[in-house]
Design a protein around this ligand. Structure first.
Ligand code: B16
Ligand code: MG
Length: 219
């Protein structure tokens, strides 16, 4: 029997994945590196500095930046991002998520957040969802980001729930790999082209139904 859900934030609870994309696109333009949606799939779920590294690797001309310069570009991206998320409101919770959380609570299952984002608590507060999460992973204390399983293991350990009794929900390829590596049941939200490793896949959040997820888990 499952005991807990561990949710990703950006792209699952709310569409901040789009804001991360727009912010990186802007930084890419400033750096002279085009950031398109395909490259963006490789940035989802990945930390700020690692995302920058991946963008720099895609540069059409060789670019070598010092660590201090990289920090500056990462901060620049975060400033763009913070501007974009300033106006987030509870109505920006993605379709079906409020209902899913209510169903999970009614079934007495536990709920944690496993986001890579240092802005996660800010976003959850804006959405009015902080109370729904019993535990929120602090990415500052995670040594290895997604696709490493540490984020999800940390959440399960904090709840005191066996890994195999956890269900992780993710929109990123890196995140699905992390959940699978953790020995948990993975639920993907998005396109099969990127998320085909998910144990259960839906095209968008409106299709996340607790009974369907539990049926798939028990199969
Ligand atoms: P920040 P998630 C991830 O959040 C995003 O998918 C990824 O695009 C972002 O780079 C990462 O958080 C770090 O975010 O710059 O705000 O610390 O999808 O794991 O909820
Ligand atoms: Mg995500």
């Amino acid at each position: 029997q499952p005991q807990a859900f561990i949710f990703d934030l950006d792209g699952v609870i709310t569409d901040t994945a789009e804001f991360h994309y727009l912010a990186w696109k802007q930084v890419g333009e400033e750096l002279g590196i085009p950031v398109d949606r395909e490259l963006n799939e490789q940035l989802k779920g990945v930390s700020r500095l690692e995302s920058l590294e991946r963008i720099l690797s895609a540069s059409p001309r060789p670019l070598s930046l010092s660590d201090a310069e990289k920090e500056q570009w990462a901060t620049r991206k975060n400033n763009h991002y913070r501007e974009l998320i300033e106006a987030i409101r509870p109505s920006d919770i993605l379709p079906g998520i409020t209902e899913l959380i209510e169903e999970i609570q009614a079934s007495k299952l536990r709920i944690a957040l496993g986001s890579a984002s240092k802005n996660a608590t800010f976003v959850l507060d804006k959405l009015g969802l902080t109370e729904a999460f019993e535990y929120i992973v602090d990415p500052g204390r995670i040594a290895f980001g997604k696709p490493h399983p540490e984020t999800f293991l940390n959440a399960a350990d904090a709840l005191g729930v066996p890994y195999a009794a956890c269900i992780g929900v993710e929109d990123s390829e890196a995140g699905i790999e992390a959940i699978n590596q953790a020995g948990m049941f993975s639920v993907g939200v998005g396109a099969p082209a990127f998320l085909h490793e998910a144990n259960y896949l839906v095209p968008d959040t409106s299709r996340l139904k607790l009974d369907e997820i539990l049926k798939a888990y028990l199969n």
